[in-house]
Design a protein around this ligand. Structure first.
Ligand code: SF4
Ligand code: SF4
Length: 135
């Protein structure tokens, strides 16, 4: 079983299609909606955690591509600029998923994109603006 987080980008032609229903019904995936911005007739996006058999997960992604839905792994949408991060730790207090966390005993601030829900809360609390959420 695989569990991955993707950002799905919709356009004005497919934003109203039953994508989540099809991922569950046709590919036996567990779908967890982490964030959704649906704008009628404009670009919209969903942040989904998908869990299931690896082959079925890949087939589900092919289904999305055929339908014109761009699915990007979360690490392509959320970055930490390592050059300017000062390891101050401020982001770890607000990150709801533990994607930003302090490793002990080294006290290094680690970023694990696979746990990130793309909520964007870390962007404004980061003094040097090292966190970037791009949709
Ligand atoms: S708040 Fe910004 S500078 Fe501080 S540890 Fe987090 S990413 Fe690095
Ligand atoms: S966007 Fe930032 S605060 Fe939100 S889950 Fe990801 S790393 Fe944590």
């Amino acid at each position: 079983m695989m569990k991955r987080i993707y950002v799905l980008h919709f356009n004005q032609n497919n934003y109203d299609k039953p994508i989540v229903y099809n991922l569950i019904k046709n590919f036996d995936l567990v779908v967890n909606i982490l964030r959704a911005v649906i704008l009628p007739r404009k670009e919209s996006y969903l942040v989904l955690e998908l869990e299931g058999d690896e082959k079925l997960l890949d087939k589900g992604l092919s289904f999305l591509k055929k339908g014109g839905v761009r699915a990007e792994p979360i690490r392509q949408s959320v970055h930490r600029n390592e050059d300017i991060c000062t390891s101050c730790g401020a982001c770890t207090a607000i990150c709801p998923t533990g994607a930003l966390h302090i490793e002990r005993p080294s006290m290094a601030v680690l970023f694990t994109p696979e746990k990130c829900s793309a909520c964007g809360l870390c962007v404004n609390v980061c003094p040097p603006r090292a966190m970037e959420v791009n949709f």
